[in-house]
Design a protein around this ligand. Sequence first.
Ligand SMILES: NC(=O)c1ccc[n+]([C@@H]2O[C@H](COP(=O)([O-])OP(=O)(O)OC[C@H]3O[C@@H](n4cnc5c(N)ncnc54)[C@H](OP(=O)(O)O)[C@@H]3O)[C@@H](O)[C@H]2O)c1
Length: 245
Amino acid sequence: MASEKPLVLITGGSGYLGQFLVQALAKANFQVDLVSGEGLQQCINELAPLVGVINTAAMSSPGACEKDSDTAREEEAGNPVNVYGKTKLEAEQVIQERWPNHVILRSSIIYGPQSPTPVARPLFLQFVARQLAEGTPTSFFNDEFRNPVFVDDIVRVVLKLLEPGTALSGRVYNMGGPERLSRVDMAVKVAEAWGYSPNAIISAPSSSVNRGVASPADISMTSQKLEQELDLTLTTFSDALAEIG
Ligand SMILES: NC(=O)c1ccc[n+]([C@@H]2O[C@H](COP(=O)([O-])OP(=O)(O)OC[C@H]3O[C@@H](n4cnc5c(N)ncnc54)[C@H](OP(=O)(O)O)[C@@H]3O)[C@@H](O)[C@H]2O)c1
């Protein structure tokens, strides 16, 4: 790590978002279990004095949280519809009560290039591209709305929050891209941007699949507050697709 970069602890460094943050800020790796606490004290001792902690670690699969709600739990007004969302809200409350100097980013679906080390779970963008490239007819939901956010934008936001002059503690920000899109919308934009035929895209309601876990129909969000207070512009889905290539 270059000496001018702040010393921060990134949890979830092996995950999708964590890998990009590690790339931007990395110095050393530690094995820590955040449920049992194993390895955490040694990690903090060796990294002291820390400027901050970037917590990206999570049971990030809503289905897994639903099946193992006790483990999921061990990690602004919200209206969570499943265990994943409830534990996210609980974690926010713990952070707000215990660490006044915090910023919480409420992320929408994160997309971007394949991570340096592929993660075990499927990535939506790469899944779409593969299905379209193969011409495999695939159903995409037309009635669930999200604001997909480019992983590079999250890294940009985090780096900006770490700048010495940035004094934005105690904030909760929406961290979603500028467009409200359904999965069908996203798939169509991928086809347009990367030159695939859209013929394999089947528009379907979310009720056509039993995922075993409730999923909110519309968690579209505006991230204007974040853009204004950090003085940056978040990338549109199409611009990001052009960049990812
Ligand atoms: N990806 C999205 O579209 C999306 C959307 C909204 C919110 N988010 C949130 O954004 C954050 C980052 O997401 P992501 O996509 O990068 O998730 P991810 O790829 O699933 O990575 C999760 C990370 O958490 C670590 N982890 C899980 N349990 C742990 C434990 N008990 N102790 C230590 N580490 C543990 C995992 O480590 P191992 O690999 O060792 O298990 C992994 O590094 C998460 O909080 C997620 O809920 C993601």
